[in-house]
Design a protein around this ligand. Structure first.
Ligand code: HEM
Ligand code: HEM
Length: 340
């Protein structure tokens, strides 16, 4: 009898595993381990090196305090793990900082998708009054005051007569960010055939994630990052989670239908990036899953279901590659002084 059960289990389990994998393969892709191509910005080592220096340089902010890495700390998952970010003058900004990891694979940037790519995105925080509070002119004056930056821009943009420009600054940052991929997550290894890469609970969570309808919004290579939906399709969360004054994509399109519409958040490395939602009001991943169940699907998930789905989401944590902290050039007499 036992032998018969074992034989039938041996026959059915791999078949079930294959069916789950086939279903998943229709909706998700693995994170590439090679650099992706980006539009209108061929990626070279010189550009990546320059972009890394810029990403870590706090002197690009008016106060000399904030670098991109302040709010997108590459040591802690590419975000700041604060409810909403703190920037210039210790001001608290309106939104939670999304991770820069794998952000090159998003089809648009920001919670409301208002920047079409990382080039366009990088010009925002430099000028944002609650972020780095700088101006393009002062940024360029800062870069031009340090001869090493001049040399690095020349190496990165060899065809340009005067390469230190705001556009090239943004392209170099984009090139560096394109390297911030986290391949080989347990889910990716499982999708590629390693049956043991995910636990049974994680496989149950994946199955629920697809059956319940999470994957109708969170799909593709980044499990999101490519389309827009109302936050609260079925039931709008209270203002403790969805503050009334942030109407999301409405600010971009000025269309009434876009009130409280946001980009389906990419869920890669989500276990590293608490707190959750654009408001950063939810610290617990299981609670975030439960909020999604009721708000987006009208489904009050059971504790077992939220546990399994949250466990599956931890299987989206990929390999974080070490990033070399750059040595930056010293200021000179002409470097603009920090302002409060
Ligand atoms: C959004 C990169 C500086 C806080 C983003 C995104 C990227 C990024 C790629 C979009 C990610 C996504 O949508 O998935 C950078 C770069 C910076 C920089 C390259 C330096 C030039 C900062 C600073 C702060 C900050 C200094 C905090 C003071 C945020 C916040 C968002 C964001 C709150 C979301 C804003 C929204 O959706 O409206 N950043 N960032 N960033 N970043 Fe930064
Ligand atoms: C955000 C999971 C269903 C659209 C999120 C977040 C998680 C999540 C964990 C927060 C990510 C972060 O803050 O970084 C899930 C799960 C679902 C589900 C487990 C199924 C139970 C859906 C559906 C839709 C959707 C069906 C579309 C109708 C969104 C949107 C956001 C989001 C628009 C961003 C919300 C904001 O602006 O803060 N999801 N989701 N989700 N999800 Fe889902």
């Amino acid at each position: 009898m036992l032998a018969a059960v074992m034989t039938s289990a041996a026959l059915t389990l791999p078949a079930q595993a294959d069916a789950l994998r086939d279903q998943a393969a229709e909706q998700f892709q693995v994170i590439p381990s090679m650099l992706p191509a980006v539009n209108n910005n061929p990626i070279t080592k010189a550009k990546i090196d320059l972009g890394r220096a810029l990403f870590f340089d706090p002197r690009l902010s008016a106060s000399g305090v904030f670098s991109c890495n302040s709010c997108h700390n590459l040591a802690t998952g590419g975000d700041d793990n604060l409810e909403t970010s703190i920037g210039h003058g210790w001001q608290k900004g309106p939104r939670n900082s999304p991770t820069v990891l794998n952000s090159v694979l998003n089809q648009a940037q920001f919670w409301d998708g208002r920047a079409e790519d990382l080039k366009a995105q990088a010009k925002g925080p430099i000028q944002g009054s609650v972020e780095m509070a700088n101006t393009p002119e002062k940024l360029l004056a800062t870069l031009q005051s340090m001869p090493a930056y001049d040399d690095w821009f020349k190496l990165a943009f060899p065809g340009d007569a005067a390469p230190v420009t705001f556009d090239n600054f943004a392209k170099a940052i984009e090139a560096f960010e394109a390297t911030l991929l986290t391949p080989a997550a347990p889910f990716d290894r499982w999708l590629e055939g390693d049956d043991n890469a995910m636990t049974e609970v994680q496989k149950t969570g994946l199955s629920l994630f697809m059956e319940k309808g999470c994957s109708s919004c969170h799909s593709g290579v980044n499990f999101g990052g490519h389309d827009y939906y109302p936050f609260g399709v079925v039931e709008r969360p209270g203002s403790d989670i969805l503050p009334e004054n942030d109407k999301g994509r409405f600010a971009v399109t000025k269309t009434a239908d876009d009130e409280y519409v946001f980009r389906a958040a990419p869920l890669r490395n989500v276990a590293l990036t608490a707190p959750y939602f654009h408001s950063g009001k939810v610290w617990d991943l299981k609670q975030a899953v439960a909020v999604m169940g009721s708000a987006q699907l009208g489904d009050e998930l059971t504790d077992d279901e939220t546990t399994a789905i949250a466990s599956f989401l931890t299987a989206l944590t990929g390999e974080l590659r070490p990033v070399e902290y750059p040595l930056l050039p010293a200021e000179t007499a002409t470097t603009p002084r920090p302002t409060a």
